[in-house]
Design a protein around this ligand. Sequence first.
Ligand SMILES: [Zn+2]
Length: 434
Amino acid sequence: MSRIAFRSKILHFNDDPAHTGAPGTIMAYDDGVLVVEDGRIAALGTPEEMADLTRHIKVQHVPDALIMPGFVDAHVHFPQVDMIASYGKHLLDWLDHYAFPAEIGLTRFPARARDTAAFFLDELLRNGTTSALVFATSHAHTVDALFNEALKRNLRLISGKVMMDVHAPDDLLDTAASSYAHSKALIKKWHGKGRLGYAVTPRFALTSTEEQLELAGRLLHEFPGVLLHTHLCENTDEIARATELFPKACDYLDVYKCAGLLTNRSVFAHGVHLSEDERTALASAKAALAHCPTSNLFLGSGLFDLAATQEAGITLGLGSDVGAGTSLSPFATMSEAYKVAQLRGHSLSPYDAFYLATLGGARALHIDRHVGNFIPGNEADFVVLDLAATPLLKRRLGHANTFEQMLFALMILADDRVVRQTWVAGKLAHDRDA
Ligand SMILES: [Zn+2]
């Protein structure tokens, strides 16, 4: 048995602070001890409470740090890491000019896919992200490349082959039948291997035929453990095109619903321009949304309505959506989510933001029985954040009088320099100072 322990400020959530004020929802320790045993959370409490458990081991004392669960990126595209920060387009042009060419590049050169996957995962860890729901490309070898690298790093990661049989460059097109067969083979090969999971991944309604969407629905039915991962209501031109291509559907979400893709295991990226009916349908299906504020601002897509989403009771996580998103840092995502909410007349509290970036994301991805908080028995994915990482942060936090004030300054000012260490299943996976 291997037991390790850390003493520091500690934060995690047992539930959603936006929906419950019950005691124990927010667990914040000014001075706490986290005990990890054989890669899992063993216990958490005050130094006095943990005295017996830590009597025979050396406790790593990091007083100027905050320890919290690893972050969860609920929507990101690994092939697009190579064209992050590409100038001047809205969604549909941006896909044609930047996203598709990047994906074609990986498709043609398997070695580049492996290299990009390795780089992408190391960047996640450097930013404190330990789990993610990830788009690959429409070619199975890019999924293999990502899963192989994720397996080496023992990450709890979910991905899938993009299904796309129409309205995209020839090099990226599959057919309804081939997308079904290749997805099925990938599910059998990867789903449940190590800590990996599979998501059936039609890109969005614009690049799939009705037949392909129906086959995606069949995969969900045949493999009840997998997720559905796609885009929804990101941009007004996209919505107009979706309803034009699928005239029988009463709205964009209905396109997916008709194909059996609106389920309690569905994760939809964006949802910027949802109607009330669509919000109600998402909530009653227990489907999840991934809010991607840096991407929505960068592409000029619109301002996500966080208050309406929370009011409807929709499960919500935060996504970087790199490459249209502008940072892999969860701090950038939280900071922009705060500003987008401000523009919609709503204040995103720091507790709500850190919840969404950890347990909220884990719930959206159905991995919350493994990760997302520090319940004993959970896999020990966590970060050690350096509260004195930059002179400005150190100075500002010197004026923070409460835990909440500290968290808010952190979510606005922090970046990858703050992530001192990232631990994955109880093993050190990233050490900033190494
Ligand atoms: Zn996306």
